[in-house]
Design a protein around this ligand. Structure first.
Ligand SMILES: Nc1ncnc2c1ncn2[C@@H]1O[C@H](COP(=O)(O)OP(=O)(O)OP(=O)(O)O)[C@@H](O)[C@H]1O
Ligand SMILES: [Mg+2]
Length: 413
């Protein structure tokens, strides 16, 4: 390291060191060796004139950024750099750095600011246009000399991440499709309960409407009574429409949309889907939350899906264990690790010790009619949210699933 940094200032930097040129040429990463002297001198002059806020200065003199693209010179490149730009000759890549900024012109300003501010490295995800006109997604990194070192050379490396970004996007799409398919299957399981849930307000509407008609058909209609009954009809219709909207939101296929959320609200919404099942099977649900929860960032529908899935599993587990205590304990809390935690514990038979490692595997099921996708989808949704899901058996019996989701970090200053 030292023999590089302690080179005498003013030495020519055109990679005239044969050994250095050979090393650069054969570097397996796209690498640019850059002559910075012209811009280094310009920066010296600016400093001498008292300029300290380079961002403000460049805002006032944007032409300096344009000039820099012409006076900062590439003097050497690796073969991998030539391949990235689809060029057979290194000569195409030698000279002004302007072509590196063709697809992301505004990056040049940020690269200059980092240099002026004495940073060692600057990294940005950007785009590059190859010489045959294709736009690629890249990670663009510069390594600069810092103040006190000769301000003559810098390294640029460019990593092509187009394919990996594409694969990631494809994976995200698959995950979304899979989660959607699992939601439809979950709604199918809950169809009877949902139908029953809608029937209640509809029955109330019918009763109240019929009573209204009777009050109206009297010799002297009781309008006050009719007004009251009509208000009840409207309220019941609103309730039915809410249920349908919730089901529709669950059934719709949409890209995950991460927004600030209160997990407690997500849990409330999820409970609407299973409250009928709980009542119908005589399962008592207790809910503990000691403190208000900080906001998390997530997709409302997908997180509802996780909670409904866990509750459906708990209900099914309790259904199996006959004659036992029938209770689900739902707990929400904040962990020291800056995560919001949701625990769902049931009084079912628990998970067999040998299955604890497998319950999150796709298509693992111990149920006759199970598909085994519920928990695997929960896991992929939680992971997509930067969180974790775990399972254990409670000492007092029954399974306990815990979901931890990171809270939204405070906005950076
Ligand atoms: N609360 C629970 N108590 C005991 N075992 C559980 C519990 N939740 C899940 N399991 C076990 O994990 C397995 C996988 O659960 P998962 O939800 O992925 O699939 P499933 O419920 O079997 O089928 P489905 O695809 O319909 O959800 C279950 O078959 C069961 O053996
Ligand atoms: Mg399940």
């Amino acid at each position: 390291m030292d023999d590089l940094t302690s080179r005498p200032t003013g030495r020519h930097v055109a990679a005239d060191d044969v050994q250095l040129r050979i090393l650069i040429h054969h570097a397996p990463t796209p690498l640019w060796y850059v002559d910075l002297r012209a811009v280094g001198e310009a920066f010296e002059q600016l400093r001498a004139r008292g300029v300290t806020d380079i961002a403000a200065y460049l805002d006032a003199h944007p032409e300096l950024v344009e000039t820099a693209k012409d006076i900062v010179l590439v003097t050497e490149v690796s073969q991998a750099a030539m391949a990235l730009f689809r060029s057979a000759s290194a000569k195409d890549l030698i000279g002004p750095v302007r072509y590196l900024f063709a697809a992301t012109p505004a990056m040049a300003r940020r690269v200059m600011i980092a240099h002026f501010d004495g940073r060692r490295n600057y990294v940005e995800q950007a785009r590059m246009t190859t010489f045959d006109g294709e736009v690629r997604d890249v990670i663009f990194s510069v390594t600069y000399p810092t103040p006190g070192e000769p301000q003559d050379t810098a390294f640029i490396t460019i990593e092509d991440v187009t394919d990996s970004l594409r694969t990631q996007a494809q994976l995200r799409r698959l995950q979304t499709d899979f989660a959607h398919a699992a939601r439809l299957s979950m709604l199918g399981e809950l169809a009877a309960a949902i139908a029953h849930e809608v029937k209640q307000p509809l029955a109330a509407i019918v009763t109240n409407a019929e009573t209204s008609l009777r009050w109206l058909s009297r010799g002297e209609p009781n309008l006050a009574k009719v007004r009251e009954l009509t208000a009840r009809v409207a309220a019941s219709a609103g309730r039915a429409s809410d249920i349908i909207q919730r089901v529709q939101a669950m059934a719709t296929k949409q890209d995950p949309h991460h927004i600030p959320l209160d997990l407690a609200e997500v849990v409330d919404e999820a409970l609407h889907f299973v409250s009928h099942e709980l009542d119908g099977r005589g399962i008592e649900l207790s809910r503990t939350q000691l403190e208000a929860l900080p906001t998390i960032l997530g997709d409302r529908i997908q997180l509802q899906q996780v909670v409904v899935n866990l509750l459906v599993n708990a209900i099914q587990a309790i259904g199996e264990g006959a004659g036992r205590e029938r209770r689900i304990e739902l707990e929400l809390g904040l962990e020291p690790s800056c995560a919001v935690m949701l625990a769902i514990r049931d009084t079912g038979p628990g998970v067999a010790a040998g299955d604890l490692r497998r319950v999150f595997d796709g298509f693992f099921t111990t149920k006759n009619t199970g598909v085994g996708i519920g928990l695997s989808v929960c896991q992929s949704i939680v992971a997509e949210h930067g969180g974790r899901i775990s399972v254990s058996n409670h000492p007092a019996g029954g399974a306990m699933f815990q979901v931890r989701l990171p809270i939204v970090p405070a906005p950076e200053a």
